[in-house]
Structures are given as structure tokens and as C-alpha cells.
Design a protein. Structure first.
Length: 344
């Protein structure tokens, strides 16, 4: 018995020494360095807002307390940044990318412009689960889902690019529930979509409620913009009077597509990742720092002030969700590809 306790004690000491050594190595590496966040969208959008708040506090939770900087790399609905992170960024633990998680599904669906493999990124975490909604302006003349369905002409919805919630949500809704939609693509970010909608160039847009309620707040409060449809399978309490897209689905296939869509564009819509090949111990450290930041009182205060919802998912779970995309039934993948992948 004494010998067993000695062995256990020796193992505990060894683990403590290992952890201490790993922390010392991490501190030595990160001290005096700069941790760079690369956001695939322009400033003043939801992705940018979340990243700047996270970057403001995350350095304190990393041994060595590195400084942080946010770099915006917009292009093709964050595809430019995703390709950059996978193929060009140095895998040393000093670069974290933030892009549309739906682009991983696009790669599974065979999008030829997606030069990456979602299973090889190092997933750090997700700050919030997106609840996808469609917002239309009062001047569009459409303020309810019933009015939208009854529209004599397709309603113009602004979009950034394929593989984003703003770009793919209207396509999915048109294909699964027959919503009359004309997708107007090419906007750099959701800030540009909001401005175009407020100016009357388009009727509105569809993306995460968590971002919309923070960045389109004034118009929502005044009634000049209104949530008319939830593109989800379950309702948010504050949107209980807004209909769900799934309630309009007429077939099992339509419902299954909406469920897959909810996972890809909702749960993993805003992932943070490091390049493939990043040392495992640095990925583990960044995952830990990410989750610690999500509980940091100073960060929480900043997030509340900015109107940012938080519902973080740890990196290990994010990785499992993305891997599951590669196991979707071929027939459903083919239908999804037909709907959301650009056809040449």
C-alpha cells in the first residue's frame, strides 16, 4: 500500500512538473510577442465586434501576456481569410482566424474555391451560437412573413458572399419553403447591407440575431426595421411572435436541410481557428485562454455594453461539429450543393 501511494505521489509530482514546464515554455514563447486576429469581414460588423472585444482581453489569459492586434481581411464572404489561414499563415500559435463557419460545409460540398480541409484547422472556440433571422425595412412594404410569401415580385435581400449566413440563408429559404427572394450579392459586410437597406436599395438581410440586435438596434427600436422570420428550428424567447421557417417546410427533405443548415450556420457560425500544424500545446493553451476570456468580468462588461450575446462553445466541441459535416448523407449533400454552392 505504501509503495502504491509513493507511485501515485511520484506521478502527481511528475504531472505538476510537466504542467509547470509547459507554462514556463509558453510564457517564454508569448512574452513580448503579438497575437494577431485575422477577421474575414470588414470593421463595424458582428464578426469584427466580437473579435475586437475578445482580443482586448484574451492576452491577459495567456502566459507571457502577449499584446493583441486585429486585422480585417474581407473578401468573398471571408473565403479570402479562410484560405489565407489554411495555406499561408504561419502555424506558430500567433495567428487566430475568424471567418464564416459555413465555409467548412462549402468545402464538404465541393466548392472549388475552398482551398482547405475543415478537419485540419485547430479550432479554438465559438463565442456565441447564431440565431438566424431575416430583417426587412418598413419602407420595403413587407413587415410580416405572410406579406413576404404573398409578394408579387421577389424581395431583394442583401448578401456578402457564398458560405455566409447573409449569402446562403435566403437561398436556403427560397429552396426549402418557397420564399420569394432575389439575392443581391457583393456587399463587403453586414454593415454595408444595413446601410443599403436603410437607404432603400434593398429590402433587408438575413443573418445572426445576436449581431443584428447589436448593430441594427436603433432601427429595430424605432420600427423602421423588423424581424419577420426566424430561419431556425427553435424560437428565441424574445422572438416568440416571429414565425419559424421550419413551420413552412412541406417535406422531410426540406426539414432535414434546415436542420443541417442550422448546425452549420448557427452553432458554428463564428469560429476561431489556428492554421493546421500549430503545436498541440499552443492550441490547448489558446483554447483555455478563449474560454477563460469568455468568463472574464471585464470582457463580460464590455460585451454587455456593446450588446453582444455570449454562449461560448469550447474548441473540442467545435472540432467535432465540423467533422460531422463530412458524414452527412450524399443525397442531402447533393441537394445542399445545388442550393448554396455557386454554379459555373
Amino acid at each position: 500500500m505504501v509503495g502504491m501511494f509513493r507511485r501515485i505521489s511520484a506521478a502527481v509530482v511528475a504531472l505538476a512538473l510537466f504542467a509547470s514546464g509547459a507554462a514556463a515554455a509558453a510564457q517564454e514563447f508569448y512574452q513580448g510577442k503579438t497575437l494577431r486576429f485575422v477577421v474575414g469581414f470588414p470593421q463595424r460588423g458582428g464578426y469584427d465586434a466580437y473579435t475586437r472585444a475578445i482580443a482586448h482581453h484574451m492576452g491577459r489569459h495567456i502566459p507571457g501576456n502577449p499584446s493583441t492586434v486585429v486585422e480585417n481581411m474581407p473578401g468573398a464572404g471571408s473565403l479570402k481569410a479562410t484560405n489565407y489561414l489554411f495555406n499561408e499563415a504561419k502555424p506558430d500559435g500567433l495567428t487566430i482566424g475568424n471567418f464564416s463557419g459555413a465555409l467548412i460545409l462549402h468545402q464538404v460540398l465541393g466548392n472549388k474555391t475552398a482551398k482547405y480541409d475543415g478537419r485540419k484547422f485547430g479550432w479554438v472556440g465559438v463565442p456565441v451560437v447564431d440565431h438566424l433571422v431575416c430583417v426587412l425595412t418598413r419602407q420595403s412594404g413587407v413587415t410580416t412573413a405572410d406579406q413576404w410569401f404573398a409578394a408579387k415580385r421577389p424581395i431583394k435581400i442583401g448578401a456578402t458572399g457564398p458560405g455566409t449566413s447573409s449569402g446562403d440563408t435566403p437561398k436556403i429559404l427560397k429552396a426549402t419553403i418557397g420564399l420569394p427572394v432575389e439575392v443581391v450579392a457583393g456587399y463587403q459586410g453586414t454593415d454595408d447591407i444595413r446601410k443599403a437597406a436603410d437607404a432603400g436599395e434593398i429590402a433587408g438581410g438575413c443573418w445572426g440575431w445576436e449581431s443584428i440586435k447589436a448593430t441594427w438596434r436603433k432601427q429595430l427600436d424605432s420600427g423602421s426595421a423588423r424581424v419577420v422570420l426566424q430561419a431556425m428550428t427553435k424560437s428565441r424567447p424574445e422572438l416568440k411572435d416571429v414565425p419559424l421557417a421550419v413551420d413552412y417546410a412541406k417535406s422531410d427533405e426540406a426539414r432535414q436541410i434546415l436542420e443541417i443548415f442550422t448546425g452549420a450556420y448557427g452553432y458554428t457560425a463564428r469560429p476561431y481557428a489556428v492554421p493546421p500544424g500549430t503545436p498541440a500545446e499552443r492550441l490547448a493553451l489558446l483554447r483555455k485562454a478563449f474560454m477563460e476570456t469568455s468568463k472574464d468580468p471585464a470582457f463580460l462588461a464590455e460585451a454587455r455594453k456593446a450588446g453582444l450575446d455570449l454562449n461560448p462553445i469550447e474548441g473540442e466541441t467545435v472540432a467535432r461539429i465540423f467533422v460531422s459535416f463530412y458524414d452527412v448523407k450524399p443525397l442531402l449533400l447533393a441537394r445542399l450543393e445545388e442550393i448554396v454552392v455557386p454554379q459555373k
